[in-house]
Design a protein around this ligand. Structure first.
Ligand code: NDP
Length: 256
């Protein structure tokens, strides 16, 4: 049984892409559930402000600068968690880059490179460092942030959809490989969620928000906390027999 006074009580959880959007919401939700949170991203001032907000409320939190496209940065983020908090129990691999709605045949290589490098190589870098840190303490739980675009085609440009399908592939492969060694690996697949990525899409594409809402059974964009709550459960001991799964957090979108 898990104590009711904190789904993640006593756990040390690394969050990549914690400087805004879903990652920042996850920092607040996980800390509220009792976790010590390690916030990783590239924007130092954003991370520092969030650490100050959390520590002011009495939550253990620290930040580490990390560009997930660089393997040494991912290793440094995990080493920071071990050095400052003693262990790594959970990781929310959330750092990601959105698509830009350019037709596939008109897209430049640099867009492909930026999206695949962040969303796929970034996850690869983080997974290796996190699993290596979890194995000596008997395991842990990892949640990767995919997208409904990891399950079905969505109009955000092909490299984003391909990258998020790859997140699902890594989730299944790692879950299968480490299930017997105490590491659970799952993914969330958010639908349209309020963040800088979606604010930018909506600003650059008039009418897009209404079209998206019309395609979602619940008829709205999610709050980032709604995605974070699902990730918290997957990181917690309450989901102890759940691994290799992809949980849509999408207001019913992929179920249409
Ligand atoms: P934001 O743009 O608010 O957050 C993206 C986060 O990723 C930022 O914290 C950013 O931090 C970080 N990041 C980007 N590139 C890197 C990098 N190279 N190294 C480290 N951190 C990086 O958008 P969201 O909160 O929406 O996005 C979070 C995740 O959710 C992404 O993986 C996205 O694909 C996924 N998602 C979002 C949906 C939505 O509708 N919002 C829907 C489905 C999935 P910094 O710039 O400081 O490095």
């Amino acid at each position: 049984m898990v104590d009711s006074d904190g789904l993640l009580r006593g756990k040390v959880v690394l969050i990549t892409g914690a400087s805004s959007g879903i990652g920042a919401a996850a920092a607040r939700v996980f800390a509220g559930e009792g976790a010590a949170v390690v916030l990783a991203a590239r924007r130092e001032a954003r991370l520092a402000a969030l650490v100050a907000e959390l520590t002011d409320k009495g939550h253990p939190a620290s930040a580490v600068l990390c560009d997930v496209t660089r393997a040494e940065d991912a290793r440094r983020a995990v080493a920071h968690a071990l050095r400052h908090h003693g262990r790594l129990d959970g990781a929310f691999n959330n750092a990601g880059r959105g698509g830009d709605l350019t037709p596939l045949h008109e897209m430049d290589d640099d867009v492909y490179d930026a999206i695949l490098d962040t969303n796929v190589r970034g996850l690869w870098n983080c997974l290796r460092a996190e699993i290596a840190a979890m194995l000596p303490t008997g395991g842990g739980a990892i949640v990767n942030n995919s997208s409904v675009g990891g399950l079905v085609a969505i109009p955000t440009a092909a490299p984003y959809v391909a990258s998020k399908h790859a997140v699902v592939g890594f989730t299944r492969a790692a879950a299968d490989e480490y299930a017997g060694r105490g590491v659970r690996v799952n993914a969330v697949a958010p639908g349209s969620t309020l963040s800088e990525i979606t604010a930018d899409w909506y600003a650059r594409n008039p009418g897009l928000q209404d079209r998206i809402h019309a395609s979602v059974p619940q008829g709205r964009t999610a709050a980032p906390e709604e995605v974070a709550e699902a990730a918290a459960w997957l990181l917690s001991d309450r989901s102890s027999y759940v691994t290799g799964t992809v949980l849509p957090v999408d207001g019913g979108y992929v179920n249409r």
